[in-house]
Design a protein around this ligand. Structure first.
Ligand SMILES: Nc1ncnc2c1ncn2[C@@H]1O[C@H](COP(=O)(O)OP(=O)(O)OP(=O)(O)O)[C@@H](O)[C@H]1O
Ligand SMILES: [Mg+2]
Length: 414
């Protein structure tokens, strides 16, 4: 049973969130995650993916995971931790090998991936993900699985995502001091995609935009593959600061105003509707037009979404994302955010929240955009469990089967 329990841990700029799930269904196929525990805690220990205060991060990890454990009724040991921030880098790297056997085997594929992975890493960095994009056999493009094909020259393009080793070390230290073990690190937008995107959307082309507290992350999928990752240092916390400044209220009051009365799309505000403002004795009773609050939020969010839109264009995906944009993350919970994004992107836009591959009576505990990353981390972990079962099921392995498992170990599974 224990090896069927997974835990996703999302350590964000504003909160730490743990999702514990049991892997349900018949391994290695048809797996679903039964959500059994969710825990949250506020934090100020991490800023945009980088640990600033180990003790504070440790405290919030301990609090969030303990809350999820109480709900689940058992302890967890290993956790999958989300990774994000400007230290994350991605690039495409090619590999080429000679094939001597009559047909291409698993071992050739493992070998060509190994060649593509042998890139010179910048100092203080390590590989987070290796995602094969396409294979070429005798210069023929567009092959997704070359095993069994005939050819003498095998090439691959892999998408390699790297992270800073010191960031990894500090995250690991914080989690270990809280009493847990880091089973794996996963890029946050990749994790969020597991919880929010359908296979059809990834095939047609989709941009996943995670609107968080300290940063906004972009992930582009096209032809079923993860193609681009980007991050912008502006998100919900900046909206809160704008409100605090614009309306002369404290950050905490600005946060409450935003969540209770905030609108991301100005035309949704009813003209003349007033909102009471908290204030000091000196400030006296005050109120403000809800339209003004909406205006402040609209302006900042429009600026953030425009940055994302420009990056989509720069990467050459304008007009190529038939499935449009999926918005997720805490700031996507603002009313009117979809309407605003439709204006900015001129594409179909929907809200993304966990729901795929989930089962059990506690699913509703995570069905909000702000839980996408933590839930996606648990779903990613679930796939790893299924993968492990598939390998164990392979039983007495031939040499080539063994190479197959090396290939799976070298790469992520899509
Ligand atoms: N109902 C809501 N309405 C408006 N904003 C909300 C709501 N709920 C959460 N937020 C905002 O979402 C932000 C937090 O989002 P999220 O939890 O995704 O970020 P994070 O993971 O802590 O940070 P990051 O990913 O940027 O490091 C905060 O700025 C918060 O104000
Ligand atoms: Mg986040």
């Amino acid at each position: 049973m224990r090896d069927r329990v997974v835990c996703g841990l999302d350590i964000g700029t504003t909160k730490t969130c743990a999702v514990v799930a049991e892997v349900a269904g018949d391994l290695p196929r048809a797996v679903e995650a039964r959500i059994v525990g969710v825990g949250r805690s506020r934090t100020s220990g991490v800023r945009r993916g980088v640990v600033r205060d180990i003790d504070e991060t440790m405290r919030s990890v301990a609090e969030a995971v303990a809350a999820a454990e109480r709900m689940a009724g058992f302890k967890v040991e290993g956790v999958y931790v989300g990774v994000a921030g400007e230290h994350v880098r991605a690039s495409t790297s090619p590999g080429v090998v000679n094939v001597t056997a009559p047909e291409i085997r698993e071992s050739d594929v493992a070998r060509v991936i190994e060649v593509a992975r042998a890139v010179v890493l910048p100092p203080d960095s390590e590989i987070l993900h290796t995602l094969p994009q396409e294979y070429l056999v005798d210069r023929q493009r567009g092959i997704s699985d070359p095993v069994g094909m005939t050819g003498t020259r095998l090439e691959v393009d892999v998408f390699i995502v790297t992270m800073s080793s010191s960031v990894a070390q500090n995250l690991r230290r914080s989690v270990e001091r809280a009493g847990y073990h880091v089973t794996g690190f996963v890029l946050e937008p990749l994790a969020a995609s597991y919880a929010t995107l359908s296979d059809d959307e990834k095939e047609l082309g989709v941009a996943l935009v995670e609107l968080g507290g300290g940063s906004t992350d972009l992930a582009i999928f096209h032809d079923e593959k993860f193609r681009h990752v980007g991050t912008f240092g502006f998100a919900g916390a900046h909206i809160t600061s704008d409100i605090a400044q614009g309306l002369s209220v404290t950050q905490a009051d600005a946060e409450r105003l935003k969540e209770r009365y905030g609108l991301a799309y100005e035309p949704l505000a009813t003209p003349g509707e007033m909102v009471e403002l908290p204030g000091t004795v000196g400030q006296g009773p005050r109120e403000v037009q809800r339209e003004l609050l909406a205006h402040i939020i609209h302006m900042r969010l429009e600026e953030i979404l425009s940055m994302v839109s420009r990056e989509i264009e720069r990467e050459g995906y304008a007009g190529r994302l038939a499935a449009g944009v999926v918005l997720t993350g805490g700031t996507a919970q603002l009313a009117g955010v979809v309407e605003l994004a439709r204006d900015v992107f001129a594409m179909p836009v929907r809200l993304g929240m966990p729901g795929r591959a989930l089962t059990g009576s506690l699913t509703d505990a995570v069905e909000q955009p702000r839980f996408s990353t933590a839930t996606g981390l648990a779903l990613y972990a679930m796939q790893e469990v299924a993968r492990g079962a598939a390998q164990a099921g392979a039983g007495a392995m031939s040499v080539d089967r063994a190479w197959g498992s090396v290939r799976r170990w070298l790469t992520d599974f899509f």
